[in-house]
Design a binder for this molecule. Sequence first.
Ligand code: SF4
Length: 345
Amino acid sequence: MKTKTSLAGRSSQELQELLAPLGFKAFQVKQLMTWIYQKNVSEFSAMTDLSQALRDKLDKEFSLHELSIARKVSSRDGTTKLLLQAGDGQQVESVVITAPGRLTACISSQAGCRLACAFCATGKMGLVRNLEASEIVDQLCLLQELSPEHRITNVVFMGMGEPMENYDQALKAARIINSHQGFNLGARHITISTSGLVPGILRLMEEPEQFKLAISLNAADDKVRSRLMPINKKYPLKSMLEAVKKYSNKKGKLVFFEYILLEGINDSLEDAENLSRLLKNIPGKVNLITYNPGGREETLQPSSVEARRAFYDKLCQLGVAVTFRASKGQDIKAACGQLKAASVS
Ligand code: SF4
């Protein structure tokens, strides 16, 4: 059976091309985009400023969403995670995280990932396939439908996959999210997170948009980082941070460094000192994260509360801009890839 082509997650140009044969005029495509991206309706019948005839045609020829919800779990702390299924049966995860004044959507760019980071559940699966831009944006549409009262304020490409391994589709998705006719979210509220792929960082630097860049750093020396993140062997700290510095200088923006604290691996005061030295002269901010166990390397454990506090205090003392982020949704396996891993284990 032929599955219907879906419309949510597509650019203005794609929608014009898909809908022109049905007699849609440009202004009607614009109306449809408002329903999809601004009003987040879940069915064509709710698009009441389109004629009944057009809505009937849409219903007959197209589906609204590309992805369907296979599972939804909500945490006590307000985090909700979706396990979403694509037309070919592949599953990806997306999370919406509530915080005072913010609603952050964390979306996936690949089904699985080939980079095999030791602390990551997705890394255990290997790469299944890249997601299309429409599948990336549709995650956001479905997450927004969960929160009709509150608009999503931030989007982070920190779910399953390495966005820079799927650069063209991830960038296209970020542009649809950013565009006036799309989700209309400012580029400064869209964060592309990478494990440090130098060519991708340099390419993003040349794009006109001011997307935020986050680096999954997790270690201040090559030996530890290569153990935790094998991609470090290809792009060691020195070359990766040179690219980051160029990005920051060209864009005039802070770069965010994610650092998961792991007991006995990267959480000593000496590690904090090394980190401070490493990031000297790079305008950035360090985000310390509590480890949510379930990664590829089973022996990894979160640092103790005392070690986390001491690490944070040391960085503050050394003048490093640092925040501490508690890992959200621990009771629902909210870390990247954990729900999918649980569904296949
Ligand atoms: S942390 Fe990111 S880059 Fe590393 S394996 Fe997981 S999904 Fe891939």
